[in-house]
Every structure is written in structure tokens, then in C-alpha cells.
Design a binder for this molecule. Sequence first.
Ligand code: UD1
Ligand code: CA
Length: 451
Amino acid sequence: MTRTCLAVILAAGESTRMKSSMSKVLHPVGGRPMIAHVVESLVDAGISSVALVVGRDADSVTSAANRSDIEISAFLQTERLGTGHAVLAAKEAIAKGYDDILVVFGDTPLITAAPLMAARQALAEGSDVVVIGFQTADPTGYGRLIVENGELQAIREQKDASEEEKRITYCNGGLMAINGDKALELLGKIGNTNVKGEYYLTDIVELVRAGGGRAIAVEAPEAELMGCNNRAELALIEAVWQKRRRHELMVSGVSMIAPETVFLAFDTEIGQDVTIEPNVVFGPGVTVESGAVIHAFSHLEGAHVSAGATVGPYARLRPGANLGRDSKVGNFCEVKKAEIGAGAKVNHLTYIGDAFVGEKTNIGAGTITCNYDGVNKHVTRIGANVFIGSNSSLVAPVSVGDGALVASGSVVTEDVPADAVAFGRARQEIKPGRAKILRERYQAEKAARKK
Ligand code: UD1
Ligand code: CA
């Protein structure tokens, strides 16, 4: 689309009902602030400029909305006098002149690009105001869309609606597109003579018609227009978002045995033929390549899993974990900021942090990289084809050369050369017959005490 478009995002609410120390638009959905979801859909709908109307937490809201591919300006709405008043806080941006003005709410993160594009398309075809509406079984609280002969006549707010109008189930989602040439003039005409004494953006419909313009409504799925007022609604929105994202991944070739127990982040990338078992949580920044298996009860964040690798059950991959092809990180293992080479195995009860593990190396059960001295973090370098015996501690900074073997139970404090054996524990001593002597002595002492 060649038309220019400014999106005005209303995010000046107090978020009172969230009972939170931060603005509701900063609360995460799929691991990122809900306002960032709104901005992404706007970008997908072809906008390039955003005017953000902010109240509390203005700076954090602005930075949460910002991204490199848009031009963003923030406007402070100091008094909350209604949605019509809020849009006019961005007057300066609107005055720059755009073909389309899209007004959206910062607390409606499930909106996708499709209805926004449909609204812009309707402007391109000659409408002056296009309202995004939805059908609902329970319209209570919403503005009702009064449509006749395909044209939107008015939006009636709940408090101002007649009994007959209250029965209308076609509602205002709150999002609309306005002809940029007429926007400022129309917005300037909005008054506040209504039950709430607020400047209602929705009055723009009757105003545009009075001036001979055309208003219509386009319908979007109800789920896309869910707004967030409290934490219970936030949880519902999260659930819808998760369901949508899981579905997208499954139809792109990812198997999930119990999808309702898998939790994804906004940027989770999963390749074809990956299997995800039940109860897996993806924090932000995870990529999983094709054919990998994520076993049950694993938690991944900021991690990369290469093709054919297996993770878990009960594994934790923390930021900077990078698993090579066909490698394995098994049960009760934690990996942080570490490369696990192709075909390497970290099978049980292990912590690998700030480390490099070479190809085909085997890390025995209970191995710990001691990466922290209480002040600084240090690196452990383990070469290829190394065998680390069970229950070894590698005290970083330390390195183990290719092909080396560390005896189990070792505390490795010095570098181990390639192909060497490191033996870092006391040698075993055998005292023949000593157990029997001790046992007999203890039994005799016990019998003496009983007398
Ligand atoms: C609004 C619509 C209603 C629609 C509903 C959909 C109006 C008059 N009514 O009602 O038709 O069905 O949304 O959810 O537009 N805001 C500001 N500054 C203000 C007032 C509001 O930034 O002065 C922001 C709020 O933070 C919120 C959004 O605008 O994100 C909507 O405001 P709200 O008061 O929730 O409108 P509703 O009464 O829900
Ligand atoms: Ca609302």
C-alpha cells in the first residue's frame, strides 16, 4: 500500500484495576510488553509512524513500544478526559499530514494486521471513518454499532444507549481508521455533552456523517479485540495468545503431545519435525532447529538447540546455552552461557556454565563447572573427545585438552593436557581384614554397655 499512515496508540490509562506498580501496557504477553504486540501488528499493517499517547510510566512505555523500523513520538495526556481528548494529545503528529490515521488501544494486544489493513483498505476505497467491530454474546459495557444499509450511523456508548440499542450485539472494538485529511477537523468538533462528561472518540461517526462523509464498520474476530483491564483478563489474553502461537507452530511442522502445556515466547523459533513433550516453557530468545526433541518439564531461555539435539526431561537451558548438532543435555542438567559441541553428551545432574565443551565429549553425572569465585565468573574449556568422570568439579579458569580423561570424583584445579589422565582425589587404600576387626570390636562394646 502506497498510502502513508500514522498510528495513534492510546496508552494513557491509569491502569487502576491492574493494581500494579506499572502501566498495564507494560505487562507481558508471550514474554514481552503488550504494547509491543500492538506495534508489531501495526507494522505488519504497513504503518511507519507511531504517535504514542502516554500518561503514567511515559518513558518505559515509549521504550517498550519502540523498534528500529518505525518513527515514534510520545505525547503526554495530562488529564484523562476521554478517548477523543486522548487522540488530540497527538495533534502535532496528525497535523504533519498522513493519508490514513489509525487509532488503536495499547491494551488490545491480540489485534492482528488483517483488520487494520481491512480498515485502511476501506479508507482507500472512499470511507472517511472505519470502525473495527465485533459480534459478541455479551455486549455489556461496549459501545454499540448502529449500522443501516451498510453504513455506520453512530456508536452509542453503554451509558447513553436506549433499551433497544442495548440489545445490539455488534460492538465497537475501539480501534478505527480515519481519513487523514479530515481527522483534525473532526476530532476538534468532539464535545463532552454525554452521561460521563467525556470527550468520546466514538462521536466522530455522527460528526463525519453530518459533514456528508461516509462511515462504515469492518468486523474482526472477538478474540482479537479483547482488552486488558485486570490480571484475570491478562491471563485470558495470554491463553488466547499461547493457543494461537502453538497452532501456528504445529501447522508449520512442530509436534506437541500436549500443546496446552507448552508455553511459548513471542520470538520462539522452532523448526520442522521438532517434538515438544508436555510441560515445556520457552522464555524469550530460544531457537530450536529441525529434528530436535525437547523432553518433558524442560525450561529454556535465550538458548539455541541445533538439529537432532535432545534436551531433558527436566533440563534447564539458560541464556547463552548453545547446543551443537546431535548433542544431548539430559535430566537435571543446567547449561548457561556455554557451547556444547556436536554429539557431546551431558546426560545427568550437571551444571555447565561459562564453558566450552568440544565435539563428542562425554560429561559424567554430577559434573560441575565451578565458574564463580564469589566475585568473578571464570571460563572452563573442555576439548573434543574428552571423558569427564562422574562427580568431578572443574574449578575455572581451567582447561581440559582434547582426548583427556578426568577420573571420577576429581577436583580439577590445573589445566589438563590433551590425552592426559587427571586424577584429582585421594588415592584409595585397602586394609585387609580391617572391617571384620572393627565390627567385632563395636559389637563387644555394645554388649558390655547393655549389662
Ligand atoms: C471504549 C469505546 C467503546 C468501545 C470500547 C472497547 C469510547 C468513548 N468508547 O470504551 O465504544 O466499545 O472502548 O474496548 O471510545 N484512554 C486514554 N485517555 C483517556 C481515555 C482513555 O489514553 O482520556 C485510553 C485508555 O487507556 C484505554 C483506551 O483509551 O486504553 C480506551 O479507554 P476506556 O476508558 O477503556 O474506554 P471504554 O469505556 O472501554
Ligand atoms: Ca476499556
